[in-house]
Design a protein around this ligand. Structure first.
Ligand code: F6R
Length: 607
């Protein structure tokens, strides 16, 4: 949620820290700050609000060649200048930036206050600076290790000290820390997005590890200073993949990247000869996969909604009972975890804390866990036994678009793979494969509906509420459509299975409430048409999202968005596109901050 950046080398640190913060701003954007070690003292600059406010107060020149920076999404304490990171110890010599939450903050705060420490901020991070400063060991890494031994909760931290200005000390427990290895310079960040402009060589810290960086290299160790040698790996995402280019918003760019992104998800994974999917990264024996009796899909937000669709795919193709559950609910309800249940974690960032904790819970009980993850080397990808990388490319807009559709495609591939190991016919397998090959083109056709969606958005952007309904996988698409609308346009939206309308929500239907009906052709079409009539009988405006060719829909709906016919199982992927475009254009018409909607952050690394 927050972002960390650090630099040590021979260049002026400010421009490098600022460019890193710009890349991290999507992670949290209510305040930002940086601390530099300059000629034996620390200089700290912080500002509430977006990064441009910090930029406007930074000195033009500074001799600092070592520094740490942070962009914040407030947890403890309001987003003010004082609560912005970095935080200093009372003597002003130690500066800390921190992602995560100190759970025993109240206890540690009163311990420090009893010792005479006066706090200046409301944050849990400030106490880390005081805890480190009260240790007396000779080296900064030892003092950091000892201080962290008192801390319960999660952290990724970076620390500098003005008397030891040849190093940055970093540590990780539950919140990512990635070291960037440069040429006679070293960087650290909580997200590779902030590093790839300077280096492609990275080292991921694991939980319980500390590292010391100097201009020439790094040393990784346990909290009690036992060395853990690590070698850098190469990141494939390049800096330009994070550029917005000609697009007004990252969200629109990412919507339009979907044909290429989906082609990458599919690339190398279709095995025509056996009419199945080739998934090299599952790391599970075929016999283990054949023995699976149930599949449980876990994720948060849009990733959970992808799981809702994924459960349909798996039941339909593999005939294995499958269900999806929000990861946070699963984690806290003392779930029954059976060894013949395959758990699949879905996550764009690979860092969502609730999803990570849920799969750690499964692993503790010995159940197999796969990850469907976008960010290579992320915590969830490393925690899972194996999985399928989405290969969607970096997703910067807070609202997920291409990662959502790529995860649907990855789930179809998994379902096909599991199905063909069981009794899915060659004919069904090869039909689906042909449809998967056409999918990038179908997505292009769905993108061509943008003008109609823009017009529709102009008409409906001032509504106070909207319904999204569908049956089967159409309901899964409706969930995601409502999510997109509310998070970026702030219009209240709810999704229901169409069948549920008459059990309550129909009371709200009337001329002021538009209903988006997801109506793919297929087994449930007739039922959907009944729901359409129910809404029309109450004078509710209906926007039908369907395939061409049904005159009844054209006659009764107020607006019809037609997308190409595709395999029934792939309709959710294609139908997601107009819903993304509708949300985008509503938000645009309302002048919202589309890429960084209020109160939200990309990658939720706290509970
Ligand atoms: C919605 C959205 C969120 C994320 C959710 C999970 O557009 O982006 O609902 O889907 O926070 O994030 P990941 O996929 O990173 O685990």
């Amino acid at each position: 949620m927050c972002g960390i950046i650090g630099y040590i080398g021979n260049r002026s640190a400010i421009p490098i820290l600022v460019s890193g913060l710009m890349r991290l701003e999507y992670r949290g954007y209510d305040s930002a700050g940086l601390a530099l070690s300059v000629r034996g003292s620390l200089k700290v600059h912080k500002a509430a609000g977006k990064l441009f406010r910090l930029k406007s107060i930074l000195p033009k020149r500074s001799g600092g060649k070592i520094g740490i920076g942070h962009t914040r999404w407030a947890t403890h304490g309001a987003p003010t200048d004082i609560n912005a990171h970095p935080h200093l110890s009372a003597d002003g010599k130690t500066a800390v930036v921190h992602n995560g939450i100190v759970e025993n903050a109240a206890e540690l705060r009163s311990l420090l206050e009893d010792e005479g420490v006066e706090f200046v901020s409301e944050t849990d991070t400030e106490l880390l600076a005081h805890l480190i400063a009260r240790e007396t060991d000779a080296s900064l890494e030892q003092r950091v290790g000892k201080a962290l031994a008192l801390v319960q909760g999660t952290y990724g931290i970076a620390v500098i000290h003005c008397d030891e200005s040849d190093r940055i000390v970093v540590a990780r427990h539950g919140s990512p820390i990635i070291i960037g290895v440069g040429d006679r310079e070293m960087l650290v960040a909580s997200d590779i997005a902030a590093l790839v402009r300077y280096t492609q060589q990275v080292v991921h810290l694991d939980d319980g590890e500390i590292a010391t960086l100097d201009a020439k290299g790094f040393r990784t160790m346990t909290m009690d200073a036992q060395p853990i040698p690590k070698s850098p790996s190469t990141v494939s995402w390049q800096d330009d993949a994070y550029e917005r280019g000609e697009y007004a918003h990252y969200m629109r760019k990412e919507i339009f990247e979907q044909p290429a992104a989906i082609a990458r998800t599919l690339s190398g994974r279709i095995e025509d000869r056996f009419h199945t999917a080739h998934l090299g990264g599952l790391n599970l024996e075929a016999s283990d996969l054949r023995d699976i009796k149930r599949v449980k899909l876990l994720g948060c937000g849009s990733a959970f909604y992808a799981g809702v669709a994924g459960a349909h795919f798996i039941e339909s193709l593999a005939r294995i009972p499958a269900s999806a559950e929000p990861a946070a609910e699963f984690r806290y309800r003392n779930p029954v975890i059976e060894r013949d249940t395959l758990h699949v974690a879905i996550s764009q960032s690979g860092e969502t804390l609730d999803t990570l904790m849920a799969i750690q819970e499964v692993r503790r009980s010995g159940g197999p866990v796969l990850g469907i993850v976008n960010v290579v080397g992320s915590s969830i990808a490393r925690e899972a036994e194996g999985g399928i990388y989405m290969h969607a490319g970096p997703e910067v807009s807070v609202a997920s678009t291409k990662a959502y559709t790529c995860s649907l495609v990855a789930l179809v591939l998994l379902a096909l793979h599991l199905g063909r190991m069981r009794d899915l016919s060659i004919e069904r397998g090869s039909n689906l494969i042909e449809a998967l090959k056409r999918l990038p083109d179908d997505i292009e056709s769905a993108l061509a509906t943008e003008d109609s969606l823009r017009d529709l958005a102009q008409r409906h952007a001032r509504c106070s509420s909207a319904f999204y309904i569908g049956r089967g996988t159409g309901f899964a698409v409706a969930l995601e459509g409502a999510q997109k609308l509310k998070e970026i346009s702030y219009i209240h939206a709810e999704a229901y299975p169409s069948s549920e309308l008459k059990h309550g929500p129909l009371a709200l239907v009337g001329p002021e409430l538009p209903t988006f009906m997801v109506m793919p052709h297929g087994a449930m079409l007739e039922k959907s048409i009944v729901s359409l009539e129910e809404v029309k009988a109450r004078k509710g405006p209906v926007i039908a999202l369907t395939h061409p060719g049904d005159a009844r829909i054209a006659r009764r709906a107020d607006s019809v968005i037609e997308i190409p016919h595709t395999d029934d199982l792939l309709a959710p992927v294609v139908m997601a596109i107009p819903l993304q475009l509708f949300a985008y254009h509503c938000a645009l018409a309302l002048g919202r901050d589309i890429d960084q909607p209020r109160n939200l952050a990309k990658s939720v690394t706290v509970e």
